[in-house]
Ligand binder design. Structure first.
Ligand SMILES: NC(=O)c1ccc[n+]([C@@H]2O[C@H](COP(=O)([O-])OP(=O)(O)OC[C@H]3O[C@@H](n4cnc5c(N)ncnc54)[C@H](O)[C@@H]3O)[C@@H](O)[C@H]2O)c1
Length: 295
């Protein structure tokens, strides 16, 4: 169902937890949409890296004529970085984008629920696969204000925000999430809280199948990707995309699908698992299916 709404999101100051690829991107698009943004990360190195990524990304948007220099400077000025959770006090919406670890996410969500007794403060999660209903239980009595707000990588360029209500989420929180994503210039589309939601339920088994095709000698990676690009009009082939996402993440999501849908046909392909064991995780380690010597 396509979803736009006139409901106001009532957000002025947005808190982002995690200054990685996704948290940094969410912070940038929020600041570009005029929100004041505070970014928290537990690791100082992540904050330095995030600042550098923002500078580069905003400069690129200016260079391409998609943003004026004034708007880029103003957006950058609206983002501040903090290294304690307490320094996030005063935000009226929070998006967590820390690593895909259910224990860490639940721990943060329960701390946030305690820090923010005002139930109008929404606790959104950018998880790509963990059950929103399960994460929401960490907010105890205020589980109804937890929602999945799934952005795509790279956030400044990708249009979609997949909106996933937990079983506990109220319709009002869903409407406000849709309104906020729209105000950020994104297109929100709803999915229900089943393993992989829609995006990874459909995408990941295709990527996994591409690894099977390679393992079984149907074709080499260049041919598999070439055929899918030209034949299906994909901007990049499934194996190249797996390197971009991270082969470890692909494996993790396949296991979430297999467990959540109770079906072993979703288990990661043995070749995919073997590459991960060998440390070939994709772009981030300089080698996955393909080699990236410059990274
Ligand atoms: N990479 C993608 O393509 C993609 C797409 C959509 C959603 N996601 C989801 O977004 C989330 C973040 O992914 P990412 O790719 O940005 O990962 P990342 O590794 O780039 O960033 C994660 C950040 O979390 C920080 N962190 C770890 N533990 C923390 C803690 N306890 N408190 C605060 N910060 C902590 C790390 O320092 C790091 O900066 C994950 O849930 C992931 O599944 C990723």
């Amino acid at each position: 169902m396509s979803t736009t709404t006139s409901t106001d999101h009532h957000v002025k100051t947005l808190g982002v937890l995690g200054a990685g690829q996704m948290g940094g991107g969410i912070a940038q698009v929020s600041a570009m949409a005029g929100l004041t943004v505070r970014v928290f990360d537990a690791f100082p190195g992540a904050i330095d890296k995030c600042k550098a990524v923002h500078a580069k990304s905003l400069a690129k948007l200016v260079e391409k004529g998609k943003l004026s220099q004034e708007a880029a400077t103003a957006a950058s000025g609206r983002i501040s970085f903090v290294n304690t959770l307490d320094a996030l006090t005063g935000c009226d919406w929070l998006v967590e984008a820390v690593i895909e670890d259910v224990k860490i996410k639940k721990d943060l969500l329960s701390k946030l629920a305690a820090m923010y007794p005002d139930e109008s403060v929404v606790l959104a999660t950018n998880t790509s696969s963990i059950s929103i209903t399960d994460l929401a239980t960490a907010a105890g009595k205020t589980a109804h204000r937890v929602v999945g707000m799934h952005f795509f990588n790279p956030v400044p360029l990708m249009q979609l925000v997949e909106v996933i209500p937990a079983m506990q989420t109220t319709p009002q929180v869903i409407d406000r999430t849709i309104a906020l994503a729209t105000a950020m210039g994104k297109t929100p589309l709803r999915a229900n809280d089943r393993a992989g939601f829609i995006s990874n339920r459909v995408l990941m088994p295709m990527i996994n199948e591409a690894f099977y095709a390679w393992m079984e000698g149907v074709a080499e990676p260049e041919a598999i990707d070439g055929i899918m690009k030209l034949g299906c009009n994909f901007p990049m082939g499934p194996l190249r995309l797996a390197d971009f996402i991270g082969l470890d993440t692909c494996c993790h999501i396949m296991n979430v699908l297999a467990d959540g849908l109770n079906n072993d046909r979703y288990r990661p392909c043995p070749l995919l698992k073997q590459l991960v064991t060998a440390g070939r995780l994709g772009d981030k380690t300089g080698r996955g299916v393909y080699a990236y010597p410059s990274k």
